[in-house]
Design a protein around this ligand. Structure first.
Ligand SMILES: [Zn+2]
Length: 496
């Protein structure tokens, strides 16, 4: 670097050393302004300087532009710095979804993931989460792009349109540049729990005869060998039941793949999720789905079955570990046979099953965390603004019924100590207590959307401000939190 640029960088204070980039004679880096980060570009000779929108000035004879970290500017960054574009993560054995609820957590995630051979999905929000946080697919992806630029992270990251339920939602995510599509097929899965055999038979006979004939000749005529010594066979009853439960979901997934994913001129990591059902996915059902998708030419990245036990948000696994291991083995055989990854949803804090998942999948797995970077944000608030925490906590208790509409949790508020009677230094213990964790975790939407008497956000700005002022602490908490996950999964320290 020459001609005084270095001096300007020193003058402005480059708070993010990894954000320093050079392109065609211009120098770019991020600074930490009083209220928000800005992108500084020095030297107007490059296309990137011309294309970025911002205020122009001069400093010691050099032209300088100060730009917002906007969606539009993130497109310019993506154009000129290819590694800031999301990509398919197929080159990684293990991938982890670390959906960044507030859009300020990704640098903390990158700090720990960059030392592991794990592909991160930095942008991962469902439509429900976008609605609850008041964000958009564009904004979520743009925030991830800026985080990658800030950290100079060049190993590749993905963007997951999570739990998409319709063609329109898939289209929106693809048009915005998302590289992973998690198709939530739950609305096409028939819940037949409690149905009599006759009722199932009746539903089966209502299905198209051509479909029934095809399924019967495909599934009833042979024994399926997944690997030596492990076979699956379908009885007439099992076939009927699986057809009634899953056939519509299978047809939907094939249709979405053929009409939306296949025509894309780029690699898309396509996941079929059948996890949001009341009953666990039987391995035979998993195979029933997988074989049809495979024979229809659907190129699957991953499948999310509903595992036995409970994967509630923000707390450890609830259920029988031996049973979990045995069922996981069966699901893994199917995933290996068809060459895709198992996907584990609501994977935050499932420390008792992580070693089992790591072992049985041999690190060939996709784990989605449940957005508990929000709880780490709460931890920062506890440390730095305990008064704000008490307000949030009290508000969360008052609005729990609303939040429960979106999330199934077993939390019992009777088990949460009175926050007004706890000393400041006792508050953090709440983050180790399941009921309090779930209380704060599922109420992020009502907290972020809360308005005061004049229609302004009641908490949102104060939350962001606290995190901005204590950014280093937030990153430290996030790196520790995700680091613990990777360690338990056996994925840490495996940079190759
Ligand atoms: Zn899920």
């Amino acid at each position: 670097m020459d001609d005084g640029k270095e001096e300007i960088i020193l003058n402005l204070g480059c708070a993010y050393p990894n954000s320093l980039h050079e392109k065609d004679g211009s120098v770019l880096f991020l600074i930490k302004g009083e209220r928000e980060k800005k992108l500084v570009v020095i030297g107007d000779g490059s296309a990137v300087f011309q294309e970025l929108k911002g205020g122009k000035g001069s400093h010691q004879g050099l032209v300088v532009k100060i730009c917002d970290l906007s969606v539009a500017n993130s497109h310019v960054i993506r154009k000129h710095f290819p590694y800031t574009r999301p990509v398919s993560l197929r080159k990684f054995d293990a991938t982890i979804g670390v959906g960044d609820r507030l859009g300020v957590a990704s640098p903390g995630h990158i700090k720990v993931i960059r030392d592991c051979n794990v592909g991160p999905i930095l942008a991962q929000q469902s439509i429900r989460e976008l609605a609850l946080t008041g964000r958009t697919f564009e904004g979520v992806l743009s925030d991830a792009v800026w985080a990658v630029f800030q950290e100079g992270y060049r190993s590749g990251f993905g963007a997951d349109g999570d739990h998409l339920k319709s063609m329109d939602e898939v289209k929106l995510a693809l048009d915005t540049g998302y590289t992973m599509i998690t198709l939530d097929c739950s609305e096409h899965i028939n819940d037949i729990e409690g149905f009599s055999d006759d009722a199932v038979e009746r539903l089966y006979m209502e299905m198209n005869k051509g479909t029934r004939d095809r399924l019967e000749s495909r599934f009833l005529s042979e024994e399926f060998e997944l690997e030596s010594g492990f076979t699956l066979t379908f009885s007439q009853d099992a076939l009927r039941e699986n057809a009634v439960i899953y056939q519509k979901a299978i047809d939907f997934a094939i249709n979405v793949f053929d009409t939306m994913i296949k025509p894309c001129n780029q690699d898309i990591d396509f996941e079929m999720s059948i996890d949001e059902t009341s009953t666990p996915t039987d391995p035979l059902a998993h195979f029933f789905v997988a074989l049809q998708l495979s024979e229809a030419g659907v190129d699957l990245y991953s499948v999310a079955p509903r595992f036995c036990g409970e994967f509630q948000k923000g707390i450890d696994y609830i259920g029988n570990l031996q049973q979990f291991r045995e069922e996981l083995q069966a699901h893994q055989r199917i995933a290996s046979h068809f060459d895709y990854k198992l996907s584990v949803h609501s994977g935050s804090d499932k420390f008792s099953v992580f070693p089992i998942i790591g072992e049985e999948t041999k690190g060939h797995v996709h784990v989605k965390t449940a957005g508990t970077n929000w709880l780490e944000a709460i931890r920062v608030i506890i440390h730095r603004d305990p008064g704000l925490y008490r307000e949030l906590h009290t508000f969360a208790l008052e609005h729990l019924t609303e939040a429960r509409r979106y999330y199934h949790v077993t939390l019992d508020t009777g088990g949460i100590p009175d926050v007004l009677e706890l000393r400041d230094d006792e508050l953090e213990d709440l983050m180790s207590q399941n009921d309090a964790r779930q209380l704060m975790h599922i109420t992020y939407g009502v907290i972020l959307q809360a308005k005061d008497g004049s229609g302004d956000c009641r908490f949102r700005d104060r939350i962001y401000r606290c995190l901005y002022e204590n950014e280093a602490l937030y990153y430290e908490f996030l790196a520790r939190h995700i680091g613990n996950h990777l360690k338990a999964l056996g994925l840490q320290g495996s940079t190759s």
